[in-house]
Each structure stands twice: as C-alpha cells, then as structure tokens.
Design a protein around this ligand. Structure first.
Ligand code: HEM
Length: 415
C-alpha cells in the first residue's frame, strides 16, 4: 500500500526537474523518488510521478489509461489561448492521441513503412546527410557536436525519409519546437504565444502542401507515397490522419534523435577506455547506443498517460482525468529490475529497455533512431579518432529534455 508515501509531505515540492542541477544529473533525485515516494502526486506539475520499473511498464500497457491528452482533467481548463486550436484538431487523429481499436487500425496501415528492412533502405541517405553535415561543420574553427552536428542531422533525415526539400528545414524545426512547448503551455514565456501559434500554423500548412503534392506526384519507393497508398482490406489513411502522422514523425523524430546523438558522443568522450574499444570494434556502437538511452536518458520527465476512469494503482486512488508521468529515466535505473543499474555497461545482454516505450504505442521510429545514432556517431569517431572534449557540456532550459546546448570538442586530425 503506497498511500502514505504518495502524500509524503514536502516531497512533491522537492522535485525540481527544471533546475540546472537536475538537468545535469537527475539520478540522485530520481533515486530518492523511487525509494521514498514511488507514486507521488507532484503539485507543481499537476500529475502523478511514477518512478519504479514494474509500475511504469504496467502503466504503459494498462488499458485503464490513455495517451490522449484531451482526457487530462486540465486539458479544457487550460486557457484556450495557450493551445493552438488547429493543432488540437489535427492531433486528434495522431498516433499519440488514438486509443485501442482506432490506434491499432492506423498502426497496421503505417507499420510496414517502418520495419527494420524498410528503415535499412534509408542507410545510404542517412550516411550522405552525415557526411555532408560533417564536411560543412569541420570547416569551422571550433566544432560543437551539439550545435554543428547532432542538431543538423535528424531533421534532414526525416526530410529525406518523406522526400521533403532541404529548404523546408527551418520551418520543420520551428514547428517541432512550438509543438513541444504546447505540451507545457505554462512554460511558454508570456508574449510568445502568438509566435508559437504562428509556427504551428505554418507547419500545418506546410504538411498539407507536401501531402497534396505527393498525392499528385507519387515517387516510387518513397515512404510518404507508400503511406498515402497504404491499404489494408480496403482501408486507407484519410488526409487528416496523414497530416497527424507526418506531424508526429517530425515532432517525435527530431529533438529526440538530436539528443541521442549528442548524449552518445558525450558518454563516449567521458569514457576514454570505452572510446578505444569502440574504435577497435565499431560493432560495439550498437550496445553503446542502447546503454546511453538506459543509463543517461535525455528525457527530463517521461511519457504521459491519463486515467479513463476513477481507479487505483497499488491501492492509491487515481481520479478520472489525472495525469500519470511515467519516468522512464528512473525506471531504467531501478535496481529491482536491472542488474547493477548505475554501471555503464554496453555489453548488457538482457536489458529490459523501455527507452522506446512498451506495448501498443512503442516508438514507430525506433529503427530509424538506432540507424541514425549508429551512422552519425560511428562516422564521427571513425573520421576523428583523436577527438577530445573541450571544457564541459553546457545544458540549457527545455520543458521536457535535458537539453544539450553545447558540446565543444577538439577534433584532431581526420583519418
Ligand atoms: C532516440 C530517439 C527516440 C526516442 C527515445 C523515442 C521515444 C519514444 C517513446 C518512449 C515513445 C512511446 C510514447 C508513449 O508510449 O506514449 C515513442 C513513440 C513514438 N515515436 Fe519515438 N522516439 C525516438 C525517435 C523517434 C523517431 C526518429 C521517430 C520518427 C521518425 C519517432 C516517432 C514516434 C511516433 C510516431 C510515436 C508514436 C507511436 C504510437 O503512439 O503508436 N520517434 N517514441
């Protein structure tokens, strides 16, 4: 029975995910939560925090909870002026919002475009993008892995995947940033709402144009064309569903993968012995990628679920509409589920990773993220084997991510 712990006085106020200390190293705070209040109502965030592995996995798969943000008790109480109405309308059809049968139907139609084999076909394009970004960046005097490298790759990869011209990239970026800000509207600086809405509206218009154009001009072997034509037993995605899907790919696939790349480089540079092993045996990069997501996850909070009915979790009453924040970063450091969780060990075989979620909403882009991380960091390390960290990593403010603002390195001579 966790009821007493869940209301532990003062604990809620102690949780400070927006502090710079937490951004640099959230693990001591997460350990305190796991040990003393594994299911805690966090007043400031107006949500429950779930920090232990078993409970997180259970809730990821629990049909009493939905991913649909509109089910949140405060969704409609949020002042309308903080939520872009066009985005709310579009997002109703998105994978992140759909539940049960409606979700299964769309997943069935889109999943064939994201299998390991389908994703592998993008390898030459990903390699070309990484080579191009690297050749532009290395001409500069300093090399900032976060800004000049990691930040430039995922948006281009999604552009290549969907056959979208490079000239749209800035709009992509603004759109994705603005949508992420909408998730925590209370953090949007006063006076910035208009700019936030404008970026979202521009992004939605861009997505509509791209889909209309591709419908008229299909491209052989192209993923967007295959999504437009995807058909199962006579069923197809309609325009609203396609718009929401493309939006979900842009938002879900950009900043996440930027940080995967940045955190991989950071964790390698902090471990010179491991860096040497990776140079000797590039195959190890796969294990490094998985272990970075587990050991040093860039997520600040976690993923959300909303109670569809009044219910209880381990004896604690949860009211209809309450938000549960599942702290994946904490769960993946839980010693009751993971052997020696505080050791960075890329050779782990039985990692019960939930970095890409678990169950019906498992990340659609996991194969692509893995491909990008391996190609980007593999290429950087192979080309600059003497690369060294220059100073400290700099973290910046962000509502959801431990944002790596700058990671300066000395590249050394190219190989
Ligand atoms: C390191 C990179 C990434 C991480 C850590 C990550 C993590 C996640 C997680 C944890 C979920 C589950 C959300 C939930 O259960 O509520 C998810 C879902 C999703 N991700 Fe990713 N993701 C990454 C990269 C990508 C990429 C590259 C794409 C697209 C190209 C993408 C697209 C999506 C989509 C569309 C969903 C929703 C799936 C559904 O609801 O059925 N993600 N991701």
């Amino acid at each position: 029975m966790l009821e007493q712990q869940s209301h532990a006085a003062g604990r809620s106020a102690d949780f400070k995910p927006f502090s710079s200390e937490y951004t640099r190293d959230p693990y001591p705070a997460l350990e305190r939560l796991r040990e003393s209040a594994p299911l805690l109502y966090w007043d400031e965030g107006r949500c429950w925090l779930v920090s232990r592995y078993a409970m997180v996995v259970q809730l990821l798969r629990d049909p009493r909870f939905t991913t649909d943000r509109q089910a949140w008790e405060f969704a409609s109480a949020n002042p309308a002026h903080t939520q872009c109405p066009e985005f709310v309308a579009m997002n109703k059809n998105g994978l992140f919002s759909l539940d049960q049968a409606a979700h299964t139907r769309v997943r069935k139609l889109v999943s064939p475009s994201f299998t390991p084999r389908a994703t592998e076909r993008l390898r030459p394009a990903v390699q070309a993008i990484v080579d191009e970004v690297l050749s532009t960046a290395e001409a500069g005097e300093t090399f900032d892995v976060a800004r000049d490298f990691a930040d430039k790759i995922p948006v281009r990869v999604i552009g290549a995947m969907l056959g979208i011209p490079v000239s749209y990239q800035d709009k992509f970026h603004h759109f994705a940033d603005a949508v992420i800000q909408q998730l925590l509207p209370m953090l949007i600086p006063p006076g910035s709402i208009e700019a936030n809405f404008a970026a979202i509206r521009e992004g939605i218009a861009m997505i509509g144009e791209i889909i209309d154009d591709r419908r008229k001009n299909p491209i052989e072997g192209d993923i967007l064309t295959s999504l437009i034509q995807a058909e199962e037993l006579g069923d197809r995605l309609n325009k609203d569903e396609l718009m929401a899907l493309v939006s979900g790919l842009i938002v879900g696939g950009s900043e996440t993968t930027v940080h995967l790349i940045g955190f991989m480089v950071l964790n390698l540079l902090r471990r010179p012995a491991l860096m040497e092993q990776v140079k000797e045996n590039p195959e190890l990069m796969k294990g490094v990628l998985e272990e970075v997501l587990r050991f040093d996850n860039f997520g600040k909070l976690g993923i959300t679920r909303y109670a569809k009915e009044d219910t209880e979790v381990e004896g604690v009453p949860i009211k209809k509409g309450q938000m549960m924040v599942l702290l994946l970063n904490s769960a993946m450091r839980d010693a009751s589920a993971i052997d020696m969780p505080d050791a960075f060990d890329p050779s782990r075989e039985s990692v019960t990773s939930i970095a890409f979620g678990n169950g019906a909403h498992f990340c659609l882009g996991a194969n692509l993220a893995r491909l990008e991380g391996q190609v980007a960091v593999g290429t950087l390390v192979a080309r600059y084997p003497e690369m060294q960290l220059e100073g400290e990593a700099v973290f910046g403010p962000h509502p959801l991510i431990r944002k790596l603002d700058s990671l300066k390195v000395r590249l050394g001579p190219p190989r």
